[in-house]
Design a protein. Structure first.
Length: 480
């Protein structure tokens, strides 16, 4: 049978075929990549590649030093900072898919099941969307999975423990939210390390501490210790404020939590239902087949980390915050894939339908962001083409600050938050200068808007917060 042939005679050919297909898919993602940055954080990471200062939101706290360092290394070959961050994320996406296969094999999946988990992850709309975006979420998924892979190594116990501790520190340096995934992994490590447990725990702890110092000391030093700490406290208070606004548990309604964390990462309720059904079926296959340790690890890490995230992170960013959890859920979902029995054939067909439907659904959004500049960047480019820095002062809505800085202030334009308009007018009475006011989709569109751009895309709306789907600018005189 094909399952036996795949798992015993030529398993590596299956892996090579899977990696080849995944590489082709990611190349297509890059070809259909992002023409211009869209989200706030994309620009902050690009700024950090040019000049690192976490207290000045370059990038925002706590600083993501390992991810920025990786993007900085890429920038030596790709001078464009935005493109360098995108390539870093795309490379991490490819490595994540490869690691999913090896992690699945380490957990005892057959080659076909591991390939199935890989394809299910690669076919998730959120994975396809963020694979080409200049954010650290895909890299965070890669580093989190690498920790579990190191924990499960059974050769050279002390060295594998040191490697796990080293990778844990790297994961937090790539993306601080990785700590949500490290919590359940500590439990897994304590259970797995039954031989020489104390020495392995001490070795992993020492490696984590030493590596963390090597990562965070330069980041704090470059920012300035006092400035870094003040920015960290402010960021922590801001996160707590977001939580009390009903964007995280326990204040958010459960319907919002389900929508943000369980449905939007897949775009539509039907795709979400299909994926979670595959996860449940795969868990059932493993459980009844005596692979209960695998089910406990996969679902345990995925669910615990997801719950921790839901209690502290903004549900509006669920499609990207869930990415590390999707790795473990995808491996479980691959459990029923095979060709030996009719049930396996049915689940294999269902998985194929899910992947094809997901790719078909997300493709218009990928094509849109490749063919057109993001609305905010589009409007600011037109402002740049039609205005001179010496004759114009720019006022912007607060959430547009990174975009306005990136496009206009660096080119000599004088920029201010829209809230400073009254005070600025009082201080500059009698000046004859043009004024450009830039707004996003949350503000009412005035009839006299000079420039306007919008993306009317359900894919973009599902994968993002929707803050920058529309933008416009109004040009007038400072005395108006």
């Amino acid at each position: 049978m094909l399952t036996n042939w795949a798992s015993s005679r030529r398993p590596f050919l299956w892996f090579l075929l899977t990696v080849l297909c995944a590489a082709i898919a990611l190349i297509l993602v890059y070809v259909l990549g992002v023409q211009t940055p869209f989200e706030w954080d994309e620009i902050l990471f690009a700024r950090a590649v040019e000049h690192y200062d976490a207290a000045a939101n370059s990038p925002h706290m706590p600083g993501y030093p390992v991810f920025v360092l990786a993007a900085r290394l890429v920038s030596f070959g790709v001078p464009d900072a935005v493109r360098a961050v995108q390539i870093t994320s795309l490379t991490a996406a490819f490595l994540t898919l490869a690691l999913v296969f090896f992690l699945g094999r380490r957990l005892g999946l057959t080659v076909l099941q591991a390939c199935g988990g890989l394809f299910l992850l690669a076919g998730c709309p959120s994975f396809l969307w963020f694979a080409g975006v200049g954010l650290s979420d895909i890299s965070g998924a890669l580093s989190s999975c690498a920790v579990l892979w190191a924990i499960l190594q059974d050769r050279a116990p002390i060295r594998s423990a040191v490697l796990a501790g080293f990778l844990a520190a790297i994961a937090v340096g790539v993306r601080s939210q990785a700590i949500y995934f490290l919590v359940p992994m500590v439990v897994v490590a304590l259970f797995e390390w039954r031989v020489d447990r104390l020495r392995r725990v001490l070795a992993a702890t020492a490696a984590t501490v030493v590596t963390s110092f090597g990562i965070w000391f330069p980041a704090v030093f470059l920012t300035g210790p006092g400035r870094w700490w003040s920015a960290f406290v402010w960021q922590f208070q801001w996160v707590r404020q977001e939580q009390t606004h009903g964007l995280a548990l326990p204040f958010a309604p459960m319907s919002w939590i389900v929508q943000g964390w369980l449905i939007r990462p897949f775009g539509t309720p039907w795709l979400a239902a299909g994926f979670w059904a595959l996860v449940l079926c795969g868990a059932g296959v493993f459980w009844h087949g005596g692979r209960r340790r695998l089910v406990v690890y996969g679902l345990g890490i995925g669910l615990v980390s997801l719950m921790l995230a839901a209690f502290s992170l903004d549900l509006r960013d669920g499609p990207r915050y869930i990415l590390p959890s999707l790795v473990f859920f995808s491996l479980i979902a691959g459990g029923g894939i095979g060709v030996a029995r009719w049930q396996e054939r049915l689940m294999t067909g269902a998985a194929a339908v899910f992947v094809v439907a997901s790719v078909v659904w997300i493709s218009p959004g990928l094509a849109l962001r490749r063919s057109e500049p993001a609305p905010v960047i589009d409007v600011l480019e037109r402002v740049l083409e039609s205005a001179s820095p010496t004759d114009v002062v720019v006022f912007y809505e607060d959430k547009l600050w990174p975009h306005v800085y990136w496009m206009l202030e660096r080119r000599g334009f004088e920029i201010y938050p829209i809230g400073d308009l009254h005070d600025w007018s009082q201080d500059h009475q009698g000046e004859s200068r043009s004024m450009v006011s830039v707004f996003s989709n949350r503000s009412p569109l005035p009839e006299q808007a000079s420039f306007e751009a919008a993306w009317d895309s359900p894919q973009v709306r599902a994968m993002t917060r929707g803050r920058y789907l529309r933008c416009w600018a109004v040009i007038g005189e400072t005395g108006d």
